[in-house]
Design a protein around this ligand. Structure first.
Ligand code: THU
Length: 135
C-alpha cells in the first residue's frame, strides 16, 4: 500500500492533536496515535497514566483497542507522535503484530515532522503471531 504525503501528514496531525489530550501528570511525556483501518476509519489514542504507575496505558494501544472494540481489526497505518519522534515500546509492538505485520508505522515529532517510517515487521522481527498458536 502506498500512502501519499498528504495522507501521512493528515494522520500525523490527528495524532498530534490527540496528543494534547494525553493524561501524563507523572512523565510529562505526551504521546498521540492515529490508526487508520482498511475501511478508512481513524481511531486516535493518547497515553493515560495512573498514580499506580504500572497501570499506565500507551497511546498506541488505546487507539488499537478503540478500533478493535468497534469491530475493526484490519489496519493500514498508525502514526505516533511524541516530543522527539520516540518509537513504540515492546508491548505496543506486540499488540500491533497481533493484527498484521504489514501495518505501516509513522513516527513523528512535536512539530509534526515525520522522523521514521517502517512496517510492524521491521519494528518487531521474528514476531510471535497468532499463527504460531495453530495446532
Ligand atoms: N508511552 C506511550 O504512550 N507509547 C510508547 O510506545 C512508549 C511510552 C508512554 C507511556 C508513559 O505514559 C510515557 O509514554 C512515558 O513512558
Amino acid at each position: 500500500m502506498t500512502l501519499t504525503k498528504q495522507e501521512k501528514q493528515s494522520l500525523i496531525d490527528l495524532a498530534n492533536a490527540a496528543r494534547g489530550r494525553a493524561y501524563v501528570p507523572y512523565s510529562n511525556y505526551p504521546v498521540g496515535a492515529a490508526l487508520r483501518t482498511k475501511t478508512g476509519r481513524v481511531y486516535t489514542g493518547v497515553n493515560i497514566e495512573n498514580a499506580a504507575y504500572p497501570q499506565t496505558m500507551c497511546a498506541e494501544r488505546v487507539a488499537i483497542f478503540k478500533a478493535v472494540s468497534e469491530g475493526e481489526k484490519e489496519f493500514e497505518v498508525i502514526s505516533v507522535v511524541t516530543d522527539n519522534g520516540g518509537s513504540p515500546c515492546g508491548g505496543c509492538r506486540q499488540v500491533m503484530a497481533e493484527f498484521g505485520l504489514d501495518t505501516i508505522v509513522l513516527l513523528a515529532d512535536r512539530n509534526g515532522n515525520l522522523q521514521k517510517e517502517m512496517t510492524v515487521r521491521e519494528l518487531l522481527p521474528e514476531a510471535f503471531t497468532p499463527e504460531k498458536l495453530a495446532k
